[in-house]
Design a protein around this ligand. Structure first.
Ligand code: PRP
Ligand code: ADE
Length: 275
C-alpha cells in the first residue's frame, strides 16, 4: 500500500489515515519522508496534513501529536486524556467502586470487573502512562495477577514491553531469580520470580499494579530489580489504601480508598490529588 490507491486520497482522508497510523503506534517516531512515500504526496503537503491531525487530536482531548526536529526527526503520537476527560472518568470510577455490594469480608473491595475490563483498564493505562512519559522507561513491570491488565495497557500507551514477575517459578521462563517479600494485603511472606532473560541489565523500569496497600509488593519489585542491576524509576497504581502505612513514598495512585465499612456497608473512595 502507499502509492496507487492511496495517492488518490484527499486531504481529510490522509489526515484520518495519519491519525490512525500514529495512534496505532504510540510514541513511535514517523518521518515526514515515510508519510510522503506512503501517500505519494509532497513533504510540504504532508506538513500541512500533520498540522490538521494535531488539531483533531487536541480537539478530541486524547493526547497530542508532537514534532521532533533534527536528522532523526518526524512526528509521534503521545497518548493521553485531557484533564476534563480524566477527571470525569476517575469520578465515575469512584461512583462504580463505592457500591456497597462490592464489599468483601476482611475490608476488601471487589475490583476484578474493573481491572479486567479492556475499556476501563485501557483508560487507566493511558492515565498512568502520562505520569511516566518523560522518564525514559525501558520496561513496565508488574506482579501477577490483578495488576496485569493495567500494566499491559500502561505498557501499550508507552509502547514498551511488559514484564511480569511470577508468584511461582515458571518452567517456560528459563532460569529465574526469586526474592521473598511481605505483602500488606495478605500479611504473608510471598515470593516473586523473574526469568533471568526477562530484562536487560541497566534498564529503567516502572512498576504498575492495581492496588497498593502497605507497599510491600512495590518494595519487593525494587529488591528484585536490584538483582537485575535495573533501576525502578516510577511506581503507579490504580488504587491506594489511605489508612495503610506505606513502605514506599514515591508513587502515583489514581484513586484513594479511605474506608471500607463492612458493618454499615459504606465504601469511601475518591480521586487522588497528585499535582
Ligand atoms: O502493597 P501491598 O501491601 O504489597 O499489597 C498490594 C498487592 O496486593 C494485591 O495483590 P494480591 O495479593 O491480592 O494478589 P492478586 O493480584 O493475585 O489478586 C495487589 O494486586 C498488589 O499486588
Ligand atoms: N481489592 C482490594 N480491596 C482492599 N484492599 C486490597 N488490597 C489488595 N487488594 C485490595
Amino acid at each position: 500500500m502507499g502509492s496507487g490507491i492511496l495517492d488518490r486520497l484527499q486531504r481529510k482522508e490522509r489526515v484520518a489515515a495519519i491519525i490512525k497510523i500514529l495512534s496505532d503506534n504510540p510514541n513511535k517516531v514517523f518521518s515526514l519522508g515515510y508519510f510522503s512515500e506512503f501517500f505519494g504526496s509532497a513533504r510540504s503537503t504532508l506538513s500541512e496534513d500533520i498540522v490538521l491531525a494535531k488539531k483533531v487530536v487536541e480537539y478530541l482531548g486524547c493526547g497530542k501529536i508532537e514534532t521532533i526536529s533534527g536528522a532523526a526527526g518526524g512526528v509521534k503520537y503521545i497518548p493521553g486524556l485531557s484533564d476534563i476527560n480524566k477527571d470525569a472518568f476517575l469520578k465515575e470510577l469512584c461512583v462504580t467502586l463505592s457500591s456497597p455490594d462490592r464489599i468483601i469480608k476482611g475490608g476488601y473491595i471487589y475490583m476484578n470487573d474493573i481491572v479486567f475490563s479492556p475499556e476501563i483498564s485501557s483508560k487507566v493505562g493511558l492515565i498512568l502512562a502520562s505520569y511516566f512519559i518523560e522518564k525514559n522507561v525501558d520496561y513496565v513491570i508488574t506482579v501477577e495477577t490483578k495488576g496485569i491488565p493495567i500494566a499491559l495497557m500502561t505498557a501499550r500507551a508507552l509502547n514498551k514491553p511488559l514484564v511480569i514477575a511470577r508468584r511461582e517459578v515458571g518452567v517456560t521462563e528459563g532460569s529465574s531469580v526469586s526474592i521473598n517479600y511481605v505483602t500488606g494485603s495478605s500479611k504473608k511472606i510471598q515470593r516473586m520470580s523473574l526469568g533471568k532473560r526477562a530484562i536487560t541489565k541497566g534498564s529503567r523500569c516502572i512498576f504498575i499494579d492495581d492496588f497498593m496497600k502497605a507497599g510491600g509488593t512495590a518494595n519487593g519489585i525494587i529488591e528484585l530489580l536490584k538483582e537485575f542491576e535495573c533501576e525502578l524509576v516510577g511506581i503507579g497504581v490504580l488504587v491506594e489504601g489511605a489508612s495503610d502505612k506505606k513502605l514506599v513514598s514515591d508513587y502515583i495512585s489514581l484513586l484513594t480508598l479511605e474506608t471500607v465499612d463492612e458493618e454499615n456497608g459504606i465504601i469511601k473512595i475518591y480521586p487522588t490529588k497528585n499535582d
